[in-house]
Design a binder for this molecule. Structure first.
Ligand SMILES: O[C@H]1[C@H](O)[C@@H](O)[C@H](O)[C@@H](O)[C@H]1O
Length: 519
């Protein structure tokens, strides 16, 4: 595509027709948006921060369970909820992934009523789930509360990246999406800190769960100031509103703007209109399914994005995120909740590192370098478990509960080997696979984007469920060795998969990516 004129001449009719000829496909939005001259102001960042609160909630609600379980497994005598068995702990953890799976699949139709409305609905559900969990008087109540909160997590995880993708300027899209993962990992740190704060309070799990509702309430307030996605506005005939949202996103003052900026803006709107028109041709769900599975490039897009999302979970990271407090309690660390903060802090720090590395190194290379390091960390951890004094892990299994108030004995050398190797594993995870799968939208053309990303996101939550449900039951000494070796094998298989099917898309526009996938 040849560049559009950047001079200040007023466009005449024939120019507009030429532009129409130039702008004819999905990547037009990308191309046109690159040509808008205004710099995105603080406004666009604010917008992403407000939307990113969903990421924060996602992170908070998935990580708070780590500290809450420690208390729920060893409740005070007066507790209406008896000590949770290992099976109940697994259920309370993994039920969130089941509801997240359901709501991520349903998020497509809901977001058709407006991205903002879907984010609003997710925030309301978060608050409801937080209150329900914190008031639970029985295991069933707890399970229902976790189920409700999972509905919010799943909807947020699917809609927010789409909202950010549709709203952000093309050249910032990748970075702004990574920022969403930064929010998830930040939410996980906050959860660990709050978990630590309440770990000595009897029934501290109640405020732990309840506080998850606070950012959701803040988000509801902020949503009043957020614009609707320009793509949704165009789709529903609000072209003027879409134009003024785009002007704000691109830092263009419509009153004062010069002709060139105005022209670029109208290019942008027209290219969105064209994209939307293409999509309406595929309006029926069955036509979308047919297109998704019938077209080679879309099939490959699905294989890559779904495979990557599945691998992100099956490599075992969330076993640490959910159960690290229990694992470190088993290893006799005096302060398991605080020790497990290392998982969340490393995850957050290295997600920031990947924010810097992705544009420089490229996603494919980053994955190919970081996945083998994950395998090394896992194998060293397996070695550590294998050499633990037998009574160390079996005692912990029995109690399953050393609280911060009742410090256990000194940790052995091998417990530190496990701590350092898992931290190393987490750092390698967060630099690549913890983050890259969420950039999946670029593989799908607009016509099947919401369907494709919903299915890929469902691959994430279903694999997450498998890990949440099975890991804890395997945690005796030899089970730990076998599980960590299995995770390392999955990393090796994942590396081969990435090497074979994951393309280097750095610097490509969406059309080039589609052409690459069709080959
Ligand atoms: O990208 C995120 C991030 O890596 C989180 O730390 C993890 O808990 C999620 O499961 C994952 O999807």
């Amino acid at each position: 595509m040849s560049p559009l004129p950047r001079d200040g001449n007023d466009p005449d009719h024939s120019d507009a027709r030429d532009d129409d000829a130039l702008l004819g496909s999905d990547n037009d939005i990308e191309e046109a948006s690159k040509l808008v001259r205004g710099e995105p102001g603080i406004w666009v960042w604010l917008l992403v921060v407000s939307a990113g609160i969903s990421g924060l909630l996602f992170g908070y609600d998935t990580a708070i369970i780590s500290s809450a379980l420690l208390q729920l497994a060893n409740p005070p005598e007066s507790s209406p909820i008896p000590a949770l068995t290992v099976a109940q702990q697994s259920l309370v953890t993994s039920i969130t992934s089941v509801s997240a799976l359901i709501s991520s699949l349903c998020s497509g139709p809901v977001s058709e009523y407006g991205r903002k409305k879907a984010i609003f609905a997710a925030a309301v559900v978060f608050i409801l789930g937080a209150v329900w969990q914190s008031w639970a008087q029985s295991v069933q109540g707890l399970v229902i509360g976790r189920f409700i909160v999972g509905l919010g997590v799943g909807a947020g995880s699917a809609v927010v990246p789409m909202y950010i993708t549709e709203l952000s300027p093309a050249h910032l899209r990748s970075r702004l999406n990574t920022l969403n993962t930064v929010f998830i990992t930040l939410g996980q740190i906050v959860a660990y800190l709050i978990g630590y704060w309440y770990s000595r309070t009897p029934f501290g799990w109640r405020p732990m769960f309840l506080l998850g509702g606070v950012p959701a309430a803040v988000q509801i307030g902020l949503l009043f100031f957020l614009p609707e996605s320009p793509r949704w506005l165009v789709q529903h005939g609000y072209v003027e509103n879409a134009t003024s949202v785009l002007a704000r996103v691109y830092g263009i003052d419509q009153e004062q703007s010069n002709v060139a900026d105005r022209r670029m803006l109208s290019h942008l709107v027209r290219s969105i209109e064209r994209g939307v028109r293409n999509e309406t041709e595929l309006a029926s769900t069955s036509a979308k399914w047919k297109n998704l599975f019938g077209k080679r490039s879309n099939r490959r897009a699905l294989l890559i994005s779904g495979g990557l999302q599945g691998f992100q979970q099956l490599c075992g990271f969330n076993a640490l995120m959910y159960f690290s407090s229990l694992i470190y309690a088993m290893l006799d660390f005096k302060n398991p909740t605080l020790t497990s903060l290392s998982v969340a802090a490393t995850n957050f720090t290295f997600t920031l590192v990947s924010l810097v590395l992705i544009p420089r190194v490229g996603k494919r290379r980053l994955l190919l370098y970081s996945v083998p390091l994950m395998a090394v960390g896992l194998l060293v951890a397996a070695y550590g478990f294998n050499n633990l004094p037998t009574q160390q892990i079996s005692t912990a299994q029995k109690e399953n509960s050393a609280t911060d108030a009742e410090p256990a004995g000194a940790s052995s050398f091998y417990a530190y080997v496990i701590l350092f190797s898992t931290t190393f594993y987490v750092a390698s995870y967060a630099s690549g696979i913890g983050n890259v799968p969420w950039q999946q939208a670029e593989f799908f053309p607009m016509s099947v984007r919401s369907l494709g990303t919903a299915i890929a996101t469902a691959c994430n939550w279903s694999s997450n469920f498998i890990i949440g449900e099975t890991f804890l039951g395997l945690m005796d000494k030899m089970g730990a060795v076998a599980t960590f070796v299995l995770f390392a094998i999955i990393c090796a298989a994942g590396w081969v998969g990435i090497y074979v099917i994951y393309p280097d898309t750095e610097g490509m526009n969406l059309e080039e990516i589609e052409a690459l996938l069709s080959r």
